[in-house]
Design a protein around this ligand. Sequence first.
Ligand SMILES: Cc1cc2nc3c(=O)[nH]c(=O)nc-3n(C[C@H](O)[C@H](O)[C@H](O)COP(=O)(O)O)c2cc1C
Length: 307
Amino acid sequence: MAVEIGPVRLKNPVTVASGTFGFGREYAQLFDLSQLGGIFVKGTSLEPRRGNPPQRIYETAAGMLNSIGLQNDGVEAFIAEKLPFLNQFDTQIFVNIVGNRIEEYAELARILDDQPGVAGLEINISCPNVEHGHAEFASDPTATCNVVSAVRRATGKVVIPKLSPNVTDITAFARASEDGGADAVSLINTLVGTAIDVKTRRFRLANVTGGLSGPCIKPIALRMVYQCAQTVSIPVIGIGGISTWTDAVEFLLAGATAIQVGTASFANPLAALEIIDGVEAYLQDNGLNSPSQITGKVERGPVDPVL
Ligand SMILES: Cc1cc2nc3c(=O)[nH]c(=O)nc-3n(C[C@H](O)[C@H](O)[C@H](O)COP(=O)(O)O)c2cc1C
């Protein structure tokens, strides 16, 4: 079941998505985290952030909106309090890093480069870019390339930019990431959405908009993973609405080397474990001995003879 993301070996291709698994403490009460291929921790910034005011979560048809706003205790607290706990488990730890300027990302990378218990950095580029008039790093391929190469220069660890779906052509950002020296790309982050309460005639979220996640975004994520895997030669990590092992196999077939389970863990905290078992059984049933044997192996469907 092992797969490789650059020089990092995951014992299986199933990891958990940033912001949906905290720093592992709550889930560790339910299962042994060593069973996971990897853990992508909550977005971590240089300084602590309080996040957005409530209401910050709203459930939608087949998904949810969130506007947590990257609440976290900052990188020093992560290293002192969260990382030692996570390092008890035999799984790869990836830190999702967030900043407002390129220098903040580079500084986070330098600080985390000294931590042997960190396998890699996932760059959350869906943050306001203070240097470029508050556009996101994720909405300009040149800015994406610049932030990736700054992080690349600051660390020897695996560098994985996480791409936003809120763009016209996501492949341009996958290419910019590869050009910037990324080891892999992960996609997708949430889609911007909103919801309104007709009784009060108010937005459901205090922040007005939030990020849409869950099964409702899976077809979009799958399409984007397919497109990016066709575009770049570095590994693609698929994220978006993956709730069952069949979802995971779809992403592998579309070109993903590994996957992240996100919102599904809220509904079923054991979702990632069930997905590991299901993918393993699928490979066995099909006489295969590695997930890499199905990565990118999707073919065009048969033409319906009636049409
Ligand atoms: C409550 C919540 C918090 C999140 N926080 C982060 C975060 O801190 N950093 C990040 O890169 N993505 C964050 N995400 C996005 C997820 O990691 C994932 O990309 C997205 O939810 C799509 O996957 P899913 O449909 O399987 O949940 C968050 C998602 C949710 C639902």
